[in-house]
Design a protein around this ligand. Structure first.
Ligand code: HEM
Length: 366
């Protein structure tokens, strides 16, 4: 039997006394309340609450993927957590509209009181970046100082731990590397795929060479583009070349993991690959939504402070615009489309592989 306890009271359950008592206006301390400072604080606090929820979901996904073997059911659960993250991101991107009801002049009423505090010091945002898989070396720095230098000592510990734990990217890389379907009995996905690519590229070359509508210049141009495409496939099929691309940062996934991601995408209509396909797509959505947020935030900053430096000391808009390009994690999943081939050109799966990938139902299983 559960212990009797007093009926729960809504304000107590949500600790509203505490929550609604933490909006302290700096402008009030300086003698004149800036009306919009309340909106500024509440917007940031709402963001931090949503960051907390995103971290909660992301940690749950990482826990599922830390296991030696990730069961089918676990992939389904991970997909549900990731869907929730994507929905939260939609909300927090939209939230910028509310803050933009504050005009630059309204902001100037209290902006100087904030120096040197800045969103740059959002611990939860940095934890999110690290747990997703942004690497320290990839980060843009302000004044050549590492990002953690702008954090209090107590927060630096949490940042270090989050850098050392396996990120979502690392866990995905390992999981993809273990995909069983790359070699399945006599079926070797990579061999089959390579042959299909050769056939497709040879056909493309023939079409260009034999097209009577092309002028010599147009034909030469098309052939040059095809040669560039062939070179990209070359690098994909040659493990040494691929490794060099990894070293120079063009790719990040291991060769094995990249092959698995391709297989999942190309054969996503097979029932067993559908959830893994959803998982990859959601990770791309999350990456893309953070980029969208970064752009929206950068534009808002331009509108709010023009080309002034930020309260945290960065170049402001320029710094933020660059992070939108550079602070990305799952770019390999986006680049993968380069290597997609049409469904009609895909190698047929042999019956034993198809049977293993499908959902079987027979009288005996009912
Ligand atoms: C008037 C509104 C805002 C302005 C003018 C503004 C300005 C800036 C600037 C200039 C930076 C670059 C660092 C610096 O030099 O300070 C920055 C970074 C940042 N801001 Fe804002 N911000 C605003 C609202 C927000 C809101 C509502 C959030 C939500 C949490 C936020 C989160 C962040 C984060 C996470 C960073 C670090 C981005 C990175 O380094 O990649 N900012 N902000």
């Amino acid at each position: 039997m559960t212990k009797p306890h007093a009926p729960l009271y809504y304000p107590d359950y949500l600790q509203l006394d505490r929550l609604l008592d933490c909006q302290h206006l700096e402008s009030a301390d300086h003698g004149e309340i800036a009306h919009d400072e309340m909106l500024f604080i509440i917007t940031h606090q709402a963001y931090e609450l949503w960051f907390k929820q995103i971290l909660w979901e992301l940690d749950a996904v990482r826990a599922l993927f830390k296991k030696q073997a990730v069961a089918e059911k676990a992939v389904g659960r991970a997909v549900s957590h990731l869907i929730r993250i994507v929905e939260i991101q939609r909300v927090i991107i939209g939230q910028i509209d509310v803050l933009e009801t504050m005009t630059p002049l309204d902001f100037l009423d209290f902006r100087d009181y904030l120096i040197p505090a800045s969103g740059f010091q959002s611990l939860q945002f940095r934890l999110l970046e690290n747990k997703l898989g942004i690497r320290p070396a990839q980060r843009l720095s302000i004044d050549k100082t590492p990002y953690e230098a702008r954090f209090a000592e107590r927060d630096r510990v949490a940042l270090k731990i989050s850098e050392q734990e396996p990120s979502m990217f690392d866990l995905l890389d390992n999981w993809l590397g273990r995909t069983p379907f790359l070699h399945f009995g006599t079926f070797d996905f990579w061999d089959e795929y390579r042959q299909a690519v050769d056939v497709m590229l040879a056909k493309d070359r023939r079409l260009i060479e034999e097209n009577p509508m092309f002028t010599p210049e147009k034909r030469a141009h098309q052939l040059k583009m095809l040669t560039a495409t062939e070179a990209q496939f070359d690098a994909l099929f040659d493990p040494d070349k691929y490794e060099r691309l990894r070293q120079d940062g063009s790719f990040r996934l291991s060769h094995q993991a990249l092959q698995a991601a391709l297989l999942i995408n190309l054969y996503r209509d097979e029932p067993i690959l559908y959830l893994p396909f959803r998982l990859l797509s959601l990770l791309m959505d999350i990456d893309e939504n953070f980029t969208k947020w970064r752009y929206r935030h950068a534009l808002m900053v331009l509108r709010m402070i023009g080309r002034k430096i930020g309260t945290g000391g960065s170049s402001g808009h320029d710094y933020l615009r660059q992070t939108a390009e550079q602070h990305r994690v799952f770019t390999d999943l986006f680049s993968l489309s380069t290597f997609f081939i049409p469904r009609s050109a895909l190698p047929d799966l042999p019956p034993h592989v198809r049977a293993a990938m499908g959902f079987q139902f027979s009288e005996s299983s009912s």
